[in-house]
Design a protein around this ligand. Structure first.
Ligand code: MG
Length: 684
């Protein structure tokens, strides 16, 4: 972390003269508010704002004159008039001539009028935060619920609802909530608060501050408040006094980011992009240039730090890979519409293009992507819209065009299977169409908080169905109960990989021993990971005839215990044949697979608890099982798994590990599928 200011100060924004109790009556419109008795008195002008602005700028002459004369009211009025008529700043995200509000956004806007706030998608219906808003309300101790409350995700929908309906109730309520939030969430700086043994009110205030003022949340508000500023500016409730409060608050937000950038990862990217927004959207601030420069420098640096040479973002979570692409692009768009694109070098665009190409490769033909790590599921509509957006930045790239047009224009990538060795994503693919087969294997280097101990796992898509969706993440962090749920989904054993005694792997640092796709009939991948101090997992995958897969797992080392190769299936009815170690899916559309396990040792097929989560706090039960064998000596213990698609009758399969126990430099498997023989070997 960058050093924080070590000063012991307590800052409360003294914006308000007092709270009004049962006295405030509105006369400007006929709308009756539900919370009339807790309205705030109107704020005072914040004269310090004029010192934050460069009053020598063109258009601010009157502001400067009135401020110089000590006439703050007239200066604030002149400033508001300036912003209402300002046209030279453009915003890439808001088109005031063409505002559209979705049903969902309208709902969030309307709910907020009665203080039911859309704080988090995983906690619906929206929660009630009290007539007198309690910004510390935290019914489920999930950190995300409390952090994200302070992103005010319903405020921009309120702005859209206001513009579309012209109903002042949205503007009035937004101004009220804005002021209420400032009053109840003061920013404080404390030196090591943990050491101070604080208790009671002060401890609660500090705890709240950590949620309300986490840099990521600050940056979220920094971005979204540029939109809200545009939406609500014409309202009579957006008074000159309020403008000064808004700008003072906004300035503090931007300054705090610069002092408290997150150390790394997607948080840092978000923060940098949003200070660029701040600097570009409010160039009147004396510090605006500094913000913009800081954001651009950070992104120009991080695009090299956070993106591997192969194009993947280093958190190894495809959701954040996608988010990072869009962060980099947002910064560019803001630069484009306001004329500072040249501050980004060509290499920034080249990296961005590589990131998109990596995303195309890791996508299944239905535009979904593996839910490895903390990733959430994406859908086709969302991704097609992304690709459409990206074609405008890379109009010459035929592959992005192909994805954007759903194959109608442009060109599909010239390759099928592809390895991304830096990030450790290996894609075995036989086509780009809906009926194709695509396996994505994850076997990468160490990563950070979002990454899971799952090396060797995979997702497998065949003809429109993902037969092995990753468990997902279900929730992020929180109290013990929340963490227990998170940790269940993080376990190694709930992934399609190998464990000893069901324990989580301790190291996630795979190396690739072999990637050979030169023979189209048998493509080969060999990866290994020293997951435990005394056990290395080596996984060999054969993609045979562009149709089926043979997975050879070797548990190498001195460890003793139960070695399990786990498999977790899509939802739906499955038939388990324990005797023959065989699982058969029973989908009625005829798109089915059989999974069958073999081993030189004696193995058992055991059912395991299994869940899959595609969205936050949503989970479905599904079938999971493991091929389990006992490792009793230093000898390598092995399991061979065959995954074969079928439409009518599942094939008969036999597999024999020919060089089991003597496999340091290669594996050799004799296989029959309905009496057809295959000799498979991989050497490294
Ligand atoms: Mg996972």
């Amino acid at each position: 972390m960058r050093p924080r200011t070590i000063i012991y100060i307590f800052v409360i924004c003294s914006v308000f003269s007092s709270r009004a109790q049962n006295t405030h009556k509105e006369s400007s419109d006929s709308h009756q508010l539900s919370f009339e008795n807790i309205r705030l008195e109107f704020p005072n002008i914040q004269p310090e704002v004029f010192e934050l602005l460069d009053l020598d700028r063109k258009g601010l002459e009157n502001v400067k004159k009135f401020y110089g004369e000590g006439n703050y009211n007239a200066a604030a009025k002149a400033l508001l008039n300036y912003y209402k008529s300002r046209t030279f700043v453009n915003h890439p995200d808001v088109d005031l001539q063409n505002i559209r509000i979705s049903k969902e956004e309208q709902k969030w806007a309307d709910e907020s009028l009665t203080h039911r706030f859309f704080a988090h998608k995983g906690y619906q219906p929206s929660l009630f935060y009290g007539e007198d808003i309690d910004w510390t309300h935290w019914p489920v101790k999930d950190n995300e619920l409390r952090w994200q409350l302070h992103r005010h995700k319903w405020w921009s929908p309120m702005g859209k609802a206001y513009r579309v309906s012209k109903d002042e109730k949205y503007a009035k309520e937004w101004v009220f909530q804005y002021l209420d939030w400032i009053e109840k969430n003061p920013y404080m700086e404390k030196e090591n608060p943990e050491k101070n043994n604080l208790s009671g009110k002060e401890a609660r205030e500090i705890e709240n501050m950590r949620f309300a003022w986490r840099p990521l949340e600050v940056s979220h508000r920094l971005q979204d408040q540029t939109w809200q500023f545009m939406y609500f500016l014409p309202s009579p409730h957006f008074t000159p006094e309020f403008l000064t409060v808004f700008l003072a608050n906004y300035h503090r937000h931007a300054e705090l980011i610069l002092e408290n950038y997150s150390e790394r990862g997607n948080h840092l990217l978000f923060e940098a992009q949003r200070v660029i927004y701040a600097g570009a959207f409010f160039p009147e601030f004396k510090d605006a240039q500094k913000w913009r420069k800081s954001g651009i420098e950070t992104l120009n640096n991080e695009v090299n730090v956070q993106v591997f040479n192969d194009g993947f973002q280093y958190e190894l979570d495809l959701h954040y890979h996608l988010a990072s692409i869009n962060i980099f692009i947002k910064a560019l768009r803001m630069a484009d519409v306001n004329g500072f694109r040249s501050e980004f070098p060509q290499s920034y665009l080249d990296t961005l293009e590589r990131m998109i190409m990596a995303l195309i490769d890791v996508s299944f033909p239905d535009y979904t992507m593996p839910c490895f790590s903390d990733a959430k599921a994406v859908n086709k509509r969302q991704m097609v819209n992304n690709f459409k957006d990206w074609t405008t930045l890379f109009p010459e790239n035929p592959y992005i065009q192909y994805m954007a047009s759903e194959g109608k224009e442009g060109r599909k990538p010239d390759h099928l299977s592809k390895m991304y060795g830096d990030a450790g994503f290996y894609i075995l693919r036989n086509g780009w169409k809906e009926e194709s087969t695509v396996m994505v294997v994850k076997a990468g280097p160490p990563a950070f908080w979002h990454n899971q101990p799952d090396n060797g796992t995979f997702e497998l898509y065949i003809r429109g169905r993902n037969f092995f969706p990753d468990a997902g993440s279900y929730v992020y962090g929180g109290d013990e109960e929340v963490l227990k749920e998170r940790n269940w989904f993080r376990q190694t054993r709930v992934h399609n990989t190998l464990t000893i005694d069901g324990k989580n792997m301790e190291e996630t640092n795979s190396t690739c021993l072999l990637w050979d796709i030169s023979n189209n009939n048998v493509q080969k991948l060999v990866v290994e990971n020293q997951g435990y101090p005394d056990l290395k997992h080596r996984r060999t995958i054969f993609f045979v005839d562009n149709t089926f897969f043979v997975i050879v797992d070797d548990a190498i080392g001195t460890a003793r215990g139960d070695v399990s190769a786990h498999y977790h299936m899509s939802e739906g009815e499955m038939a388990l044949d324990h005797k023959n170690k065989r699982l058969t899916t029973r989908y009625r559309d005829g798109n089915n697979i059989v999974v069958q396990g073999f081993s030189p040792e004696s193995i058992q097929m055991e059912e395991e608890e299994s869940w899959v989560s595609y969205e936050y706090r949503q989970k479905n039960r599904r079938t999971g099982f493991a091929y389990k064998t006992r490792k009793q000596s230093d000898h390598t213990t092995s399991v061979v798994t065959v995954i074969h698609p079928f439409s009518k009758k599942a094939p008969d399969i036999t597999a024999k590990y020919l060089n089991a126990g003597n496999n340091e430099k290669g594996v050799q498997i004799a296989l029959t599928i309905n009496k057809q023989k295959y000799d498979l070997y991989a050497k490294w």
